[in-house]
Design a binder for this molecule. Sequence first.
Ligand code: ARG
Length: 578
Amino acid sequence: MKLYIKELIKQSIEQLWPEQASEVLGVSEFDVSVPDMDRGDFSSNVAMVLFKKFNVAPASNPAEFAQMLVGQITKLDHGDTFAEVSAVGGFINFIFSDKFLNRTLNQVLDQKNIYGQSEIGENKKILLEYFQPNVAKPLHLGHLRTAIIGDALFRVLKFAGFDVASDTHLGDWGTQFGLLLLAYKKWGDAEIIAKDPIAELNKLYIQINAEIESNPELREQGKQEFVKLEQGDEENRELWKKFRDWSWQEYNVIYDDLGVRRSDHDWPESFYIDKMPDVIKNLEAKGLLRESQGAQIVDLEEYNLGIAIVVKSDGGTTYLLRDLATYIYRQAQGYEQQLYVVDNRQAHTLAQTFKILELLGVITSPEQAIHIAFGYLSLPEGAMSTRKGTVISANDLIAKAQGQALEIIEQKNPDLQNKPEVAKQVMQAAVKYFDLSHNYKSDIVFEWDKALTFDGNTGPYLQYTHARINGILRKVDKPVSAEMIEDVLIEPSAKNVLRKLTQFSGIIEQVAQNYSPNLLASYLFELSQQFNSFYEAVPIAKETNQAKQDFYLQIIAATAQVLSNGLELLGIKAPEQM
Ligand code: ARG
């Protein structure tokens, strides 16, 4: 719909100002977006954005310019799609016609789970990097966020027509593995580790670091172990691979528990070992590399980005160097754009990385590398688990939420079949929706009661609304016919639901353009509320006029469909009963 409206606007400008149109339209992008419903179904800032771009003013002010555009747009649309196009304070607002609302309803019911798909992605080949755990280190709450936000963005970008693939960029390289190897050789017990791999490996790592306090020589020994690993020492390679396999066992559990789709690529940090020398050569050739206190650095002071260390004074390669190699490799695989779902504490390193790529000429425009920098997630109970005396991990949060979800289901619907399965879906909805309904940039505190309640702006509430509609459809037990009558639209609450349904693809496009799943979350919440007002105003099950009842049933069936499509895009299942 966004594209259709943009097209109408462009054509109008071309017809009204043929000489200036191509230049004006070429210089800047205007926006078409979904406003608050009392303003209209769609709205555009075109008049304000383009007014100043004309050489010869098209009107005496933007408001008048908007008014002229409205006249032309109305002609082009033949009054078919829109009941009203109006200029208000420089904005152009669009309200759909009843005919169009009817058409949308049919479309939802026809297209089912693909309703809302869009082509704004133009099949552009992009790479989305998210959920990048570190081998042998516990998953913290930040990893939960990158998994949840990344997974939702992946689904939305695909739905919006991008050719998107995902990559994990697993942290499996660095000097810390030298210390871990040393610790493992001293105290490691494969049998014990296999039972709870990451926790046990992490214990070893903590233990060796504690030992270093009283025995600093161990640090040197650890370095030696890493050097051996880098040089391909067989024993160390085998052990390191084992650490990775053990860790993967647990990541796989997380993927399953959270219902996050598996990554398309698995190009871990170690994948770039043999690709780093080329990057160094390149930096040298471009005269970007400099020696400073034995280290190889790129000086980014003039861009206010400090000093970027590429190779450490002891010759060790850096995370940043691997990131440079990563971008270059993935670009060579044909990805035109790379998106990084990484917490905001890494903003500086990534900004350095992107700047160096620009200086190398690898990146020529800022949208080729984007850091989707999310904020901090914390728990009201603090960072430590009192029971275990350890930092609360992603696994702890999932396990606790799952337990609470099951309790709620037991209370609400003890006769429900497959309770554990539904409890898992409710847990996923609670955790994911809580995260996704906030702007990804903000720091958030996970509130257990708020996330898990069945009413209010929560994932379980949306699931419940969906299940409730399915309950009504089951109870009336009548095939939903395709006949529609237009006079039903006089009922304003019915009309509001339909208007909301027409906005769905516009919302998808907005999420895909701004990387903001929270817009989809609010949309689904508003849709649920519109449905509830409608259902309160109109007792559908008691309606005696057959044609009317059929039409109402279709509206709610379409609502359930869009709720389910939207939840799916957020990575949340919509059970039929709960
Ligand atoms: N493994 C890192 C961490 O857990 C995140 C990796 C971010 N991605 C990147 N290309 N630097 O903190």
